[in-house]
Design a protein around this ligand. Structure first.
Ligand SMILES: Nc1ncnc2c1ncn2[C@@H]1O[C@H](COP(=O)(O)OP(=O)(O)OP(=O)(O)O)[C@@H](O)[C@H]1O
Ligand SMILES: [Mg+2]
Length: 311
């Protein structure tokens, strides 16, 4: 039986050619995209998917051409949140066309293909060994999706990342230096600690970290029309009680060492919109709506001021 050391080159698999061919398809497919932004954190459940969709909505309302790639293949949220569950994928002019939300955002989410009652499975003859190749298969699938769909001419392609500080860096590696990162945290020490690990890990690579958004920064009480504290840490006074208005890109109250792109309060109506797949435009003028507008503006300003690294 041959061992690993007996294999010469690629063992005849032509894997290097395949990878190079896929890279070319991805580069060509994304050639019309002005900005690539990954919305990550490291921490789970802090609102990455919510902010991805609703920041996209705020920018779409300004006329920007936006697409979202839900890179959380095992826990896809965008299909439900964006209202594209169970859509049919149809051929476009050259590749597969992307489904769109009511407000015109193109969305790829595994949740459009796989019902919520089912987990994503990769076929394999091996049993009990999936941990050894699962990440590889997932990134291969991400490459296929980037290469197979019609991303077309876009101002912004947003990646909704899964949790995990280590995975955040894997996405940075895979997506390359063109992709900038915005990180989401909530006002808890636990969350800031994890996000801080993501910042440290990303700082070792070439990807630009635009800043962080503090989500769930206070609770918007509709009855009293006021924002109340949600998380209060003994070391730090509650932040974001005036959502976003005083959060400037120059200040960093979290101590994460990256710019603050703004704060967004928790609003039960927003959670309900997410569950029902209703765009934010249908929310009346509220603190959360204004906060998202403000963060979207900061994100855009930050992107426009970016000197893009070479492709
Ligand atoms: N500012 C907010 N106001 C109201 N609800 C919110 C807000 N931010 C997030 N939520 C709700 O909190 C829940 C978790 O948010 P979300 O799924 O966006 O987090 P996530 O970071 O993407 O999670 P995961 O790590 O699992 O991908 C969702 O039900 C969402 O609707
Ligand atoms: Mg998510």
């Amino acid at each position: 039986m041959k061992s690993y050391h007996d294999i010469v080159g690629d063992g005849g698999s032509k894997v290097l050619e395949q990878v190079a061919e896929q890279r070319t398809r991805i580069t060509d497919g994304l050639a019309g995209v002005r900005h690539l932004v990954a919305i990550g954190s490291g921490k789970g459940g802090v609102g990455k998917s919510t902010l991805t969709l609703h920041l996209a909505g705020a920018l779409r309302a300004r006329g920007l051409r936006i697409a979202i790639l839900d890179a959380d293949f095992n826990g896809p949220s965008q299909a439900r949140m964006a209202g594209v569950e169970g859509v049919l994928f149809v051929p476009g002019s050259r590749k597969v066309a992307l489904p769109r939300t009511r407000n015109g955002i193109a969305v790829f989410s595994m949740g459009s293909l796989i019902p919520e009652s089912q987990a994503l499975e990769f076929e394999s003859v091996a049993h009990g060994e999936s941990h050894t190749w699962r990440a590889t298969r997932e990134f291969a699938l991400l490459g296929e999706i980037l290469g197979a769909f019609e991303w077309g001419e876009l101002d912004l392609l947003m990646f909704d990342l899964p949790p995990g500080a280590d995975r955040t860096v894997q996405f940075a590696d895979f997506l390359g230096p063109r992709t900038s990162f915005a990180l989401v945290t909530i006002p808890s020490e636990v969350s800031r600690g994890v996000v801080s690990r993501s910042v440290a890990a990303l700082s070792k690579g070439p990807n630009r970290v635009l800043g962080y958004v503090e989500n769930m920064s206070g609770y918007y009480c509709r009855d009293c029309d006021a924002i109340k504290p949600l998380f209060v840490s003994p070391e730090q006074p509650p932040q974001g009680l005036q959502p976003s208005a005083d959060a400037s890109a120059e200040t960093d109250p979290s101590g994460l060492g990256i710019p603050c792109l703004g704060t967004v309060p928790f609003d039960p109506a927003l959670a309900q919109h997410c569950d029902r797949g209703i765009p934010l435009g249908e929310l009346p003028d509220t603190p959360v709506g204004r906060a998202l507008e403000h963060v979207a503006q900061h994100l855009l300003d930050s992107l426009e001021s970016t000197t893009e690294p070479p492709r």
